[in-house]
Design a protein around this ligand. Structure first.
Ligand code: AVJ
Length: 308
């Protein structure tokens, strides 16, 4: 069974056509995402790095223990986490870093980076997705700190995000911690611009999803007849990305025909934004006893620490 094909067909035969954003990240998509992270308009990474540089010590001082397992969900290349790990190392705690990611390739890059910057740190990478690896996580002894950075939580709609945080809470014992990077509600113009960059990198990122379907699922999307559309709705706090069909057209995917009306849209991504108040509520709803927010100077982004 091909999960990718199933997900694509099921998304494109829904009344509102959708495609899951997790499929953005093939090799080419991951490279385009690196370009997004370097964009002037895409403020998220630099805010998170600022917080890591200024607040890692304060975050660590909340965690009183000589030993600590640091588990990172969706770890990626580890280039931001290493800032935190260096500070953690300085505290003299006995640390084990457990990066998890669906991509074994990125875990290899992560391993190299950590090895060169922190050669003495114990590292135990686990490849796989969150569901499959939760058992091995539960087995690890406390105290634990679970990291979920980069506002990856934003890719879940609100309800699913709460479900996910409850799932994380379930992996923890009383006294364990969860540190989550969250993009905050702010001037809507700034959020809108982050998903509508001048150079059109985000547009390429979106269109690569169709290109990937052409490559991997024997499809014939005509890329020039789809356009990128990004909006932010301050009422719901969601930034949404769409691909708009510029004409009435039929596409064939592994032998299956999918029809697009002129200006019909495919929703390709949600990037949900939160306020600190909403994060407090979510923390309480998902079984945490308290939370504390560490933000950048401008108040654009939060590293929120939750204690079970
Ligand atoms: C990696 C999910 C945090 O939603 O901001 C960037 C992905 N999409 N530009 C985000 C993304 C378009 C990003 N996350």
């Amino acid at each position: 069974m091909n999960q990718f094909l199933n997900d694509v067909i099921s998304g494109l035969t829904s009344v509102q056509k959708t495609l899951p954003s997790k499929y953005f990240y093939d090799e080419k998509g991951s490279r385009i995402f690196q370009e997004i992270m370097a964009l002037e308009e895409y403020y998220l990474p630099e805010c998170e790095v600022e917080i890591l540089q200024n607040s890692s010590q304060a975050i660590l001082s909340e965690i009183q223990s000589d030993e600590l397992d640091i588990i990172e969900l969706g770890a990626g290349d580890g280039s931001k986490t290493v800032i935190f790990l260096k500070e953690a190392f300085k505290t003299g705690k006995s640390l084990t870093y457990i990066p998890m990611d669906i991509s074994p390739d990125i875990l290899e890059i992560n391993r190299e980076l950590i090895k060169s910057e922190l050669p003495e740190l114990k590292v135990k990478p686990i490849p796989g997705d969150y569901g499959h690896t939760s058992e091995s996580l539960k087995e690890r002894k406390s105290p634990k700190l679970v990291l979920f950075m980069g506002s990856n939580i934003g890719n879940f709609p609100r309800e699913k995000a709460t479900e996910f945080i409850r799932f994380v809470n379930d992996l923890l014992q009383n006294g364990d911690f969860f540190l989550m990077g969250v993009d905050l509600k702010k001037n809507p113009h700034i959020i809108r611009a982050a998903y509508n960059d001048k150079e059109g990198v985000t547009k390429r990122f979106n269109l690569n999803l169709l290109e990937r379907i052409n490559r991997e699922l024997d499809a014939d999307f005509e890329l020039s007849s789809f356009e990128h559309y990004g909006v932010y709705n301050p009422l719901s706090g969601s930034a949404l990305s769409f691909l708009v069909s510029l004409q009435d057209q039929t596409v064939t995917i592994s032998g299956q025909k999918i029809h697009f009306e002129k200006f019909e849209t495919i929703n390709t991504e949600i990037s949900q934004k939160y306020s600190l108040k909403e994060l407090d509520q979510i923390g309480a709803q998902t079984g945490f006893s308290w939370d504390k927010h560490f933000t950048d100077e401008k108040g654009y982004f939060s590293l929120s620490l939750f204690r079970k």
